[in-house]
Design a protein around this ligand. Structure first.
Ligand code: DGI
Ligand code: FE
Ligand code: FE
Length: 188
């Protein structure tokens, strides 16, 4: 599937604002793939579809999570987490994309996971730093990504967890596991 076909499919699923975010993630992901030696076409496709399920009704997402045997603890946490695994499922089912690397990058774009692949790291970070993002700490991560993908990723996962904790919100265990895995394996 080429870029324009993919963009046309997701455009129908998204608001204008979320579509512009998606284009920002796509452009950022391609640049990161180029810089860090990942497959640029896979980065492009994963970025385009990463928020595919963002506006599905909660009941539909819940039903898919149960029916498809996705991790049960997802339902105990913020429903904002659901669009990532459900998005991977629907991207395969509705758009016919079956590249597991692309689908996993969509699946883990919100929480991350221990042992993230290069492509998963790129999509997580591109989602965090695309030009339309404006929140405290984003410029620091934009700077860090110029020198180290992993250091930038640790910072972004840390910021996300700290943001949730400051608001007194629960943190999904996979987010903590991602953080621990990155910090314990960063190799210095
Ligand atoms: O879909 P986007 O807005 O582009 O970004 P995203 O997929 O990273 O989703 C961010 C949302 O997910 C945000 O509202 C915070 C929430 N979130 C991310 N990690 C966790 C989380 N919520 C909980 N409860 N726990 C997490 O670990
Ligand atoms: Fe998302
Ligand atoms: Fe996003």
């Amino acid at each position: 599937m080429n870029r324009d076909e993919a963009l046309a499919i997701v455009k129908k699923q998204l608001t204008e604002h979320r579509y512009l975010h998606t284009v920002g993630v796509m452009e950022t992901a391609i640049k990161l793939a180029d810089k860090y030696g990942a497959d640029k076409k896979k980065a492009e496709l994963a970025a385009i579809f990463h928020d595919y399920a963002k506006f599905r009704p909660k009941e539909e997402m819940k039903e898919i999570i149960i029916r498809e045997g996705m991790p049960g603890d997802l339902l105990d946490y913020n429903s904002e987490l659901w669009h990532a695994p459900v998005g991977a499922f629907l991207t395969e089912k509705e758009a016919g994309i079956n590249d597991i690397e692309v689908l996993d990058a969509i699946r883990y774009h919100t929480s991350g996971r221990p042992g993230m692949t290069l492509l998963e790291k790129i999509i997580y970070l591109a989602d965090y730093i695309e030009p339309g993002r404006h929140f405290p700490g984003v410029d620091e991560v934009r700077d860090l990504v110029q020198t180290s993908l992993d250091i930038a990723l640790i910072k972004s996962v840390q910021n996300t967890i700290m943001f949730l904790m400051k608001k007194g919100q629960p943190v999904f265990p996979a987010s903590f596991q991602t953080y621990n895995d990155l910090v314990m394996n960063k190799g210095d």
